[in-house]
Structure formats: C-alpha cells, structure tokens
Design a protein around this ligand. Structure first.
Ligand code: HEM
Length: 162
C-alpha cells in the first residue's frame, strides 16, 4: 500500500515526520544527572494529526542501555490558526499533559495548558518544550516544574533521522 499524502494542515509540522534516534541528558535538582538514548516516531495516516511515540533508556558511560526510562505517547494536532499547535501526551507515570504552542520555521514551542495527575503520580505542575531542526537533526529542550521546584531544565537531546 502506498503511504497517504500528508494532510495539508500538517505542512508546518511536516519536518517532524519520521523515526528519530539519538542521545540526551537528564537532570534536575532532586535527581542524579544521567545520559539517555531515545527513539521518537512521528507518523500519520493522511488525517490532520501526527501520532507520537517516544521511548528512552538510561545508558552508561560506554553508551550501553542500563534500564528503560521514560515513555510517552500522544497526538500533535494543528490548532485554530495555521501556526497553532495542540499536543496531548500521556505517560506511564500517571501524568497527562495538554499543550498549546506555536510552530514557526521548523521550530515548535509548547507550554502546558493543563497537567492532570492520578492519585499516585508525582507532583508535576508545568512543562515547556522547544523542538527544532538543527542541521537536519531534531533537537529539543524540555523544562519542568515539579516536586515543588520552579520551572527549569529536565531534558535536552539531539536525535538523527533513521
Ligand atoms: C525522555 C524523557 C525523560 C527521561 C529520560 C526522564 C528521566 C528521568 C530520570 C532518570 C529521573 C530520575 C528518577 C529515575 O531514575 O527514574 C526522572 C525524574 C523525574 N521526571 Fe523525568 N524523564 C523524562 C521525561 C519526563 C517528563 C515528560 C516529565 C513530566 C511530565 C518528567 C517528570 C519527572 C519527575 C516529576 C521526576 C521526579 C523528580 C523527583 O521526584 O525528584 N520526566 N526523570
């Protein structure tokens, strides 16, 4: 079967489509800094939304996987205006995030509108995400306000298209 054409409303987000792999760094005042490997897949079926799946593994100094880490799944949708983006992500840690954002020239900036938590989830208050194409790679930085800490860097990574 031939793959469907990308919906025209996804044109501003088209740079995200594909499978991306690479390395990142995680830190926060309350945890030990670590390096991780990540695979992110953005896909579509012709309708005006992207499916998003991310898996990460903590790695050791040799780059070998030590243990599975964060996973997230969700949907990236064009918003009301051509530049608007709406993103919903769900985590196995009992967190659901709803973001509003903007895409401009292969760069997406997202801020949480709502963070919902189950009874046993950690106290996550807000996130800010910046994704962009850097020399053909997908680079991002994610700031987190959680466990009583003000918003500050939690994650950054650079992923190459595979
Ligand atoms: C690639 C994505 C991510 C990776 C690799 C990652 C990695 C980590 C690691 C290694 C820790 C330390 C505890 C542990 O070893 O499990 C941690 C803690 C934490 N992360 Fe993340 N994380 C990611 C995404 C997120 C996201 C999206 C959120 C919020 C929705 C988040 C919220 C937290 C919180 C609240 C803590 C606990 C802080 C504490 O209790 O002191 N993380 N993360």
């Amino acid at each position: 079967m031939t793959s469907p054409d990308l919906h025209e409303r996804l044109a501003p987000l088209s740079f995200l489509v594909g499978t991306w792999r690479g390395l990142g760094v995680v830190g926060y005042p309350t945890i030990d800094e670590a390096r991780y490997e990540q695979e992110v897949v953005f896909s579509h079926d012709g309708r005006p939304f992207l499916e998003y799946v991310s898996q990460a593994w903590i790695i050791d100094e040799a780059g070998e996987r030590v243990r599975p880490s964060a996973r997230e799944v969700g949907w990236w949708r064009p918003g009301k205006e051509p530049r608007d983006v709406e993103v919903m992500l769900a985590h196995p840690t009992g967190i659901v995030e709803v973001y509003v954002g903007e895409v401009v020239f292969n760069k997406v900036e997202l801020r949480t509108d709502v963070v919902a938590r189950t009874e046993t989830a950690k106290e996550v208050a807000a996130l800010h995400r910046l994704y962009g194409l850097v020399e053909g790679d997908l680079a991002y930085a994610i700031d987190l306000a959680a466990v009583g800490q003000p918003i500050q860097p939690h994650l950054s990574a650079r992923l190459s298209k595979v």
